[in-house]
Design a protein around this ligand. Structure first.
Ligand code: ZN
Length: 283
């Protein structure tokens, strides 16, 4: 493998019909893939794909936006227009079922817990108190970090408009002597926040959002032994490609990083793959 897309969602509906062909194309191009779950259904699918495809790995977890904040909200999601059955990634879970996910993690192709974290950008569909909404996200993230620690796996963090609270959580963990390995996926913070995450020993995931937001100052300063690259496909298609994003578009992300950092493309391919292997213990 030449390049690793450290965060993809070939387990989502957009790829239901042709994920095998997409993986085949990646194989020809020397791209390995980590498919990331966002709830039990998509985590299960990621594991299923990983079990049958060489150089394809899985992460399992419950995303902040897949948490149901009330039974009513969950029911609306299940029954409003039948879309849940078509789109497993829209399914919400009221609680994180520790044992169920733990059982799923038994496959040796599961390389991380994620994506999990805090997202204060989207509001819950149910009318609930904003503080209760934040508290629930934090509780569910904590349980998943506990599982990661029990299984000795790294964590893929999703964080949006919530850096202060995630940093506080990491600080509390550190104070109590607990270590966390992992990555801040789709990094969009400030150089200071990047530095804080680096101090915690975390990796920084860069994807097509760097075409939409000005992250040049952050990217230029990141140490090369902490950068991992990703597509987050089918989302965040780089401008050049448009439409559905795919792992093979990782080349545009790398090209852009090369330009900002004034480095050779081959060099970035090499160190980002090495970093991803280290992060996820891929041999
Ligand atoms: Zn994602």
């Amino acid at each position: 493998m030449r390049i690793i897309d450290s965060h993809a969602h070939l387990n989502f509906t957009d790829f239901a019909k042709d994920y095998k062909q997409v993986i085949e194309k990646c194989r020809d191009e020397g791209i390995s893939i980590v498919n990331v779950g966002t709830n039990y259904l998509t985590s299960e699918k990621a594991v299923k794909i990983a079990k049958t495809e060489k150089d394809v790995y899985a992460a399992i977890g419950l995303h902040a936006l897949n948490i149901s904040h009330s039974e009513v909200e969950k029911k609306v999601c299940e029954h409003s227009d039948g879309s849940v059955l078509e789109k497993p990634e829209d399914f919400l879970e009221c609680e994180f079922d520790y044992e169920l996910y733990k059982n799923l993690a038994r496959s040796d192709k599961v390389v991380a817990i994620g994506e999990v974290g805090l997202d204060y950008y989207y509001k819950p569909k149910a009318n609930i108190d904003p503080e209760a909404f934040k508290k629930k996200q934090l509780e569910i993230m904590k349980r998943q970090v506990k599982l990661a620690r029990e299984l000795d796996l790294p964590v893929i963090f999703h964080v949006r408009m919530a850096h202060a609270d995630l940093i506080q959580f990491l600080e509390d963990e550190r104070k109590s002597g607990k270590k966390i390995r992992g990555v801040i996926h789709c990094f969009t913070g400030t150089p200071e926040q990047a530095k804080t995450y680096l101090d915690f020993g975390l990796f920084i995931g860069l994807n097509g959002i760097i075409f939409k937001m000005d992250l040049d100052r952050v990217i230029a300063k990141l140490p090369s032994d902490r950068i991992v690259v990703e597509t987050d496909c089918p989302y965040l298609a780089p401008l050049k490609s448009g439409g559905r994003n795919e792992p093979s578009n990782i080349k545009y992300v790398i090209e852009r990083i090369a330009k900002i950092r004034n480095e050779e493309i081959a060099k970035i391919e090499k160190y980002s793959s090495e970093n991803t292997k280290k992060l996820f213990s891929i041999v």
